[in-house]
Design a protein around this ligand. Sequence first.
Ligand SMILES: NC(=O)c1ccc[n+]([C@@H]2O[C@H](COP(=O)([O-])OP(=O)(O)OC[C@H]3O[C@@H](n4cnc5c(N)ncnc54)[C@H](O)[C@@H]3O)[C@@H](O)[C@H]2O)c1
Length: 278
Amino acid sequence: MNIFTKMGCRIFQQSMRLAMFLLPWNQCKKTLSGPGSISQLPKFLKDNGFKSILIVTDGFLFSSGKADPIMAACEAEGMKSCCYHDVVPNPTIQNIEEGLKMYHDNNCDAIVALGGGSAMDCAKGIGARVACPKKSVPQMKGVLKIMITGHKLPPLVAIPTTSGTGSEATLAAVISNPETHEKYAINDPFLIPRYVVMDPELTKSLPPHLTSTTGMDALTHAVEAYIGGENTKQTKKEAIEAVQLIHKYLKQAYDHGDDLEARVEMQKAAYLAGKAFT
Ligand SMILES: NC(=O)c1ccc[n+]([C@@H]2O[C@H](COP(=O)([O-])OP(=O)(O)OC[C@H]3O[C@@H](n4cnc5c(N)ncnc54)[C@H](O)[C@@H]3O)[C@@H](O)[C@H]2O)c1
């Protein structure tokens, strides 16, 4: 890297450090948590005036029936619902464009992401394309490309089924492009989900190997947040709490997948780590 590129990077970093204090971090308006909290969601959506919901999930979660009760309860509350369930691990631009089409074809007014980081990031990408129809996904790569347009995403509900990426709390959507072999992040505070549902019952089915790898992802976020140059008192506190929870509960969740206490605490740890990291 030559000296001018280096200087440019440092100036950018310093301006972002200052801008950090002005950015709208408070995008999350409500968190529902605890065993069974998912059942409160349809009424909550109805009470907030939503009429047609797009659920975004992956094939495995869809075929194992995880989206069915949400769709049935939405219908019972008098809302329409449809489900985009072709999200692949490391979601692609194609996933986002297909989900976007379904959103518009069904006149949706809210998006519910059900799954791990892949489903949540795909849902964020769909929301970003709804907000910025003239910008392609690659054009949103980088920082603040959505906020700069002034257009907010439609309300996004994140329901994590892994305890790792913390995407339910972060400003990032990680997207891949199999054609160019690229994987990149769209970073924007407008991507922070407006509502989060943390129901530990949904993570009980996570097999041990995914429990451990996703748990290590959360640990990495917490450590990075703690040692990173941009931390604050608050993010350091969240990072420490996340590390303590992971230390205490990850092995327990790995050994006993149906241990609700361990699942609750790992969900909290991933959320805190994601928040601190963001
Ligand atoms: N947005 C962010 O801040 C952020 C941060 C880190 C990583 N990521 C991205 O997140 C993605 C990875 O997400 P992930 O690690 O959560 O995995 P994932 O969403 O790709 O899911 C991995 C597998 O676990 C399965 N699964 C999910 N929940 C399950 C459950 N409850 N029971 C059984 N199986 C379940 C899925 O069907 C899938 O097969 C990557 O694309 C990564 O780049 C995003």
